[in-house]
Ligand binder design. Structure first.
Ligand SMILES: Nc1ncnc2c1ncn2[C@@H]1O[C@H](COP(=O)(O)OP(=O)(O)OP(=O)(O)O)[C@@H](O)[C@H]1O
Ligand SMILES: [Mg+2]
Length: 227
């Protein structure tokens, strides 16, 4: 099910530090591709983490909706548990698991499909991301671009409605960056997945439908670049 995100009057802070945002509003339609930009330390990672429910919020609301923003909200806990895939800048692959086993992880946690089906699904994702040859390879024998593709395959394991990607090309060269962004956009488009991607790269940002820039006072939006 395509899923949008509605952020209302959000305030977030770490401990007794100054709030990162106060009164932040943002609506992301189901299936939109969004670039989240802004200077280092402004709170891009924190916003993705708050959407994913990895960090608590002080006040306001982060809601999820299916077709129309005015519809009743979906159960946030369920959306976060099963419907969000996260692509981490630093990959967070498990060193002692192979490429395939890393992709299988989301299937091994929670409701079990059975090992055979889980491996089948991982293989299917590896094929679609052109990493089938890395089936038995451990992370320390993978390039940055290969690790990132494994990380993307893992994020797509449960066919999520929303992908949150934190600087997925931050440590990649131009060629691998292009491959990774193309994969993310194409996979998201093919599945109607909403994509929110934090980046410092203008080239990456302009490939998304909307470019949002986070400031200390709120979010600024550039015109829709694809229409
Ligand atoms: N766990 C934490 N505890 C305390 N402060 C934190 C924590 N994580 C982040 N911060 C602070 O919150 C602010 C926002 O950090 P965040 O990582 O969200 O920024 P960012 O926009 O993603 O930056 P970058 O572009 O460098 O990745 C920074 O000032 C950072 O020091
Ligand atoms: Mg960050």
């Amino acid at each position: 099910m395509a899923t949008g995100i509605k952020i209302e009057s959000l305030e977030c802070s770490y401990g007794d530090q100054e709030p990162l945002y106060s009164n932040l509003f943002l609506k992301i339609k189901p299936g939109e591709t969004i670039a989240l930009t802004g200077e280092s330390g402004i709170g891009k990672t924190s916003l993705l983490n708050a959407i994913a429910g990895f960090i608590p919020i002080n006040s306001g609301n982060i809601g999820f909706f299916s077709d129309h923003v005015d519809e009743p909200e979906l159960d946030a806990e369920n959306v976060r548990k099963d419907r969000i895939g996260f692509v981490f800048q630093d990959y967070y692959l498990i060193d002692h698991l192979t490429g395939c086993q890393n992709i299988m992880l989301p299937g091994l946690m929670g409701d079990s499909l059975g090992l055979g089906k889980i491996e089948e699904r991982a293989k299917e994702l590896m094929a679609s991301l052109n990493v089938s040859h890395l089936f038995n390879r451990y992370p320390d024998a993978l390039s940055g671009g290969e690790k990132q593709r494994i990380c993307i395959a893992r994020a797509f394991f449960k066919s999520p409605d929303i992908i949150l990607a934190d600087e997925p090309t931050g440590s990649l060269d131009a060629k691998n960056s292009d491959v990774v962004i193309r994969l993310l956009i194409n996979t998201a488009k093919a599945r109607g997945t909403t994509l929110v991607l934090a980046t410092h790269s203008k080239n990456v940002a302009k490939r998304m439908q909307r470019v949002l820039t986070l400031h200390s006072k709120g979010i600024e939006e550039e015109s829709n670049l694809l229409s």
